[in-house]
Write a protein that binds this ligand. Structure first.
Ligand SMILES: NC(=O)c1ccc[n+]([C@@H]2O[C@H](COP(=O)([O-])OP(=O)(O)OC[C@H]3O[C@@H](n4cnc5c(N)ncnc54)[C@H](OP(=O)(O)O)[C@@H]3O)[C@@H](O)[C@H]2O)c1
Length: 330
């Protein structure tokens, strides 16, 4: 290719206050120069819309904040269109951090070739990507093992659905929470959870006590807030909490008071451990070695994915407005 290529991208226009709106984003065109030596031109096929992106829309974030006027970034799977780099050829499927755009040109070092892509290739954003790694790392962090009684919140979401299934495969009793009757049915009937509760029924703690009358040993926290408080209440002595996220709080203007029962961490001798999956990327090969055969064997994992077509993300990600805009573009 000798001429430039025009690519659509989604840019942050202004930092959202509370729930993001479409006005916080714009669709724009950019002109890409042809790839130089050592570079590739990639056409994106799928991107992941993740809750952490909401945090990056703040001026101060635990990761580099998105900047107004610039395209958002995030995990994506694409196909090499042109290559000036050895080891990468047109047609290769690659993962990158260049989401929110149609095409991009990057150094070969900034993309990772997927040697034997699963179909759909979005699997490499979901169960075989950062989402699956997050679930796996979060379970390992608190040493989840056979016989544990595990509660997973946000269980119908990308991370929660995988964490719950992995815990089940390890021989745990698993309870999940979700926000609709249909999702509760899916957790029980399709994904193999032992029990599931609808937190929108208005009595989360009561429903959890009924679903896990003997209490829980492990809480995989995706939600924070009321869920964390309820989980602490039903934890057995020496229980472990894996603090993955707190999605119920991400659109809050200011931090809300924490669980009112934190003293139970003392009386029950609980352990709570947080993690950021980016710190664990070196564990990717071990994770893939363990989980790829499960996916290949046709477990229900393959049903959960992070992609621009995922209804879970369209409806429930804290960045849903940006996702809606992305969908309009293609
Ligand atoms: N620590 C890390 O490195 C790391 C890595 C990846 C993800 N995370 C965290 O993991 C969590 C899940 O991420 P994900 O990728 O699975 O996102 P996702 O696919 O968008 O799922 C999030 C789920 O959260 C639930 N939810 C949203 N708002 C809620 C609320 N106010 N109360 C209760 N549930 C609510 C939704 O379930 P319903 O529709 O059923 O309400 C949705 O299914 C997030 O907190 C994220 O920040 C952390």
């Amino acid at each position: 290719m000798t001429s430039t290529i025009t690519s659509s991208e989604i840019r942050l226009v202004s930092r959202p206050r509370g729930l993001p709106t479409l006005e916080n984003f714009e669709r724009a065109q950019s002109e890409l120069a042809p790839p130089r030596d050592g570079q590739v031109l990639v056409r994106n096929l799928y991107m992941s819309v993740d809750p952490y992106m909401r945090a990056r829309m703040h001026e101060e974030a635990y990761m580099p904040p998105f900047q107004p006027g610039q395209a958002l970034t995030g995990a994506a799977i694409g196909e090499v269109v042109q290559s000036q780099a050895s080891g990468l050829a047109p047609g290769d499927i690659v993962s990158s951090a260049y989401g929110w755009r149609e095409y991009f040109v990057a150094d070969a070092a900034d993309v990772r070739r997927i040697d034997r892509p699963f179909q759909p290739v979005s699997t490499h954003l979901g169960v075989l990507g950062g989402t699956g790694l997050s679930a796996w790392v979060g379970l390992n962090l608190v040493d989840v093992k056979a016989g544990d009684r595990v509660f997973v919140s946000g269980a119908a979401g990308a991370v929660g659905s995988i964490a719950g299934q992995l815990a089940r495969l390890r021989g745990c009793f698993v309870v999940g929470s979700a926000g609709s009757a249909a999702k509760v049915r899916m957790l029980r009937d399709e994904l193999g959870f032992d029990a599931a509760v609808n937190y929108r029924n208005g009595d989360l703690l009561g429903e959890l006590k009924a679903a896990a009358p003997e209490g829980i040993d492990v809480y995989f926290d995706n939600v924070g807030g009321e869920h964390l408080e309820a989980a602490i209440s039903i934890m057995r002595p020496h229980g472990r909490i894996s603090a993955c996220g707190a999605i119920s709080t991400y659109n809050d203007e200011r931090p809300s008071p924490g669980p009112r029962n934190l003293f139970e961490i003392v009386t029950k001798r609980l352990t709570i451990r947080g993690f950021i999956v980016l710190d664990s990327l070196d564990q990717m090969p071990r994770f893939l070695a363990e989980v790829t055969p499960l996916v290949a064997a046709g477990s229900s994992f393959a049903k959960r994915r992070s992609s621009r077509g995922s209804t879970a993300h369209r409806r429930h990600s804290s960045t849903c407005c940006a996702a809606a805009m992305w969908e309009r573009c293609w």
